[in-house]
Design a protein around this ligand. Structure first.
Ligand SMILES: Nc1ncnc2c1ncn2[C@@H]1O[C@H](COP(=O)(O)OP(=O)(O)OP(=O)(O)O)[C@@H](O)[C@H]1O
Ligand SMILES: [Mg+2]
Length: 242
C-alpha cells in the first residue's frame, strides 16, 4: 500500500471511539464517541476532571485497553481489531508509557530497569542504556536502586525506560502528579525536548497549568471532547507554575 502524505504524517485517528466498563445497571460509559486526529510530532495535553475518560482514552490509543466501539488507528495500523498478542506486538513496536508513580522495579537498579524492557521486547540495544540515562541527567546514578533516588530521578528513569524501544508515541499519564513544582517542571522540560526531537507526545493531566507547554490542548468532559485548541506559542516548561 502506498501511503499518502497525510497518512504518513498522521499518528492517531479515532472515529466514534467508545468504551463501556461493566454491564447492565453497573455499566459506565467512559468514552462516548471520540473523533480525533493527532499528527506526528504534536505535543498534546489532555485535560479534564477526574473520571472524564483521560486515562481510558490514552490506554486505548496506546494499546493497553481496547475500545467497545468505533475505530482506532495508530501509526497507520488499525488496532481496534487486534487480538491481545498482536496488541502486545503493537505496543512493543510503537509506544512508550510514563506513569504517575513511576512503576519501576524496586529490586533492579536504574540501568537494569531500562535494560529489562529491552530484554523483554527484543527492541533497542543495551549498549544505548547508559546514553539514555545520561540524556535524562542520570549518568552518575545508573547503579542506584529506585529507593536511593528522588521522585524526580525515578521519573527520569521511567522516561529513559519509555524511550528504550524508540517509540513513535510517548504517553505520560499524570507524569508530574507525584512531584513538586521544580521537579515536575524538569520532567515536563524533558518531554518537551523529546517532542522537539520529533516524537509525538501525549500528556494526560488534570493540572490545567501543564497545558501551557502543549501545542494542542484537548479537554475531555464526561467521556466527550469538550474543546480542542491549538496553542501557537507554547510556554517553556521552566516558565510554567502551579
Ligand atoms: N476498569 C474499570 N472498570 C470500571 N470503570 C472504570 C474502569 N476504568 C475506568 N472506569 C470508569 O471510567 C470513567 C473514566 O475513567 P478514567 O480513569 O479514564 O478517568 P480520568 O479522566 O483518567 O480520571 P483521573 O483524573 O481521576 O485519573 C470513570 O467513571 C471510571 O470510574
Ligand atoms: Mg486518569
Amino acid at each position: 500500500m502506498t501511503a499518502t502524505a497525510t497518512e504518513t504524517q498522521r499518528s492517531v485517528r479515532t472515529v466514534g471511539l467508545a468504551r463501556v466498563f461493566g454491564e447492565g445497571d453497573a455499566a459506565v460509559e467512559a468514552l462516548k464517541g471520540i473523533d480525533l486526529e493527532i499528527a506526528s510530532g504534536e505535543l498534546v495535553v489532555v485535560l479534564g476532571p477526574s473520571g472524564s475518560g483521560k486515562t481510558t482514552l490514552c490506554n486505548i490509543i496506546g494499546g493497553i485497553d481496547q475500545a467497545s466501539g468505533g475505530t482506532v488507528e495508530v501509526a497507520g495500523e488499525d488496532i481496534s481489531t487486534k487480538d491481545p498478542g498482536r496488541l502486545s506486538d503493537f505496543r512493543r513496536d510503537h509506544v512508550g508509557f510514563i506513569f504517575q508513580f513511576f512503576n519501576l522495579i524496586p529490586t533492579l537498579t536504574a540501568r537494569e530497569n531500562v535494560e529489562v524492557i529491552i530484554e523483554m521486547t527484543g527492541r533497542g540495544s543495551k549498549e544505548r542504556v547508559p546514553s539514555l540515562l545520561d540524556a535524562v541527567g542520570l549518568g552518575d546514578r545508573m547503579d542506584n536502586f529506585p529507593a536511593q533516588l528522588s521522585g524526580g530521578q525515578q521519573q527520569r528513569v521511567a522516561v529513559a525506560r519509555a524511550l528504550a524501544t524508540d517509540p513513535d508515541i510517548l504517553f505520560a499519564d499524570e507524569p508530574t502528579g507525584a512531584l513538586d513544582l521544580p521537579t515536575g517542571r524538569q520532567i515536563l522540560g524533558l518531554l518537551q525536548d523529546l517532542n522537539a526531537q520529533g516524537r509525538t507526545v501525549i500528556i494526560v493531566t488534570h493540572n490545567a497549568s501543564v497545558a501551557q507547554i502543549a501545542n494542542r490542548v484537548l479537554t475531555l468532559v464526561d467521556g466527550r471532547i469538550e474543546s480542542d485548541e491549538t496553542n501557537a506559542n507554547p510556554a517553556a516548561a521552566a516558565d510554567v507554575t502551579w
